[in-house]
Design a binder for this molecule. Structure first.
Ligand code: ZN
Length: 74
């Protein structure tokens, strides 16, 4: 799973009295270490999506092989 905020992700404020929802229209270029925070001060989280409607799993099959290291003994 890619960390950070991916394009198209939705975050919902955990404050039931607020109920703010936020869509990510542009992916974050840095690795996020925490969820975004709503204007009301409460952390926002991704809502649970049913597997039948989830299309994000398509991207999970991508493996990153460009980061491989070769052992270098001097
Ligand atoms: Zn809020």
């Amino acid at each position: 799973m890619p960390k950070g905020m991916a394009k198209g992700q939705r975050f919902i404020c955990q404050n039931p009295e607020c109920g703010c929802e936020m869509d990510v229209t542009k992916a974050s270029l840095v690795e996020a270490t925490s969820n975004p925070r709503c204007g009301c001060g409460v952390e926002m989280k991704k809502p649970y999506v049913k597997p039948t409607v989830s299309t994000l799993h398509l991207a999970e099959g991508i493996s990153f092989t460009s980061n491989r290291r070769t052992p270098e003994d001097s």
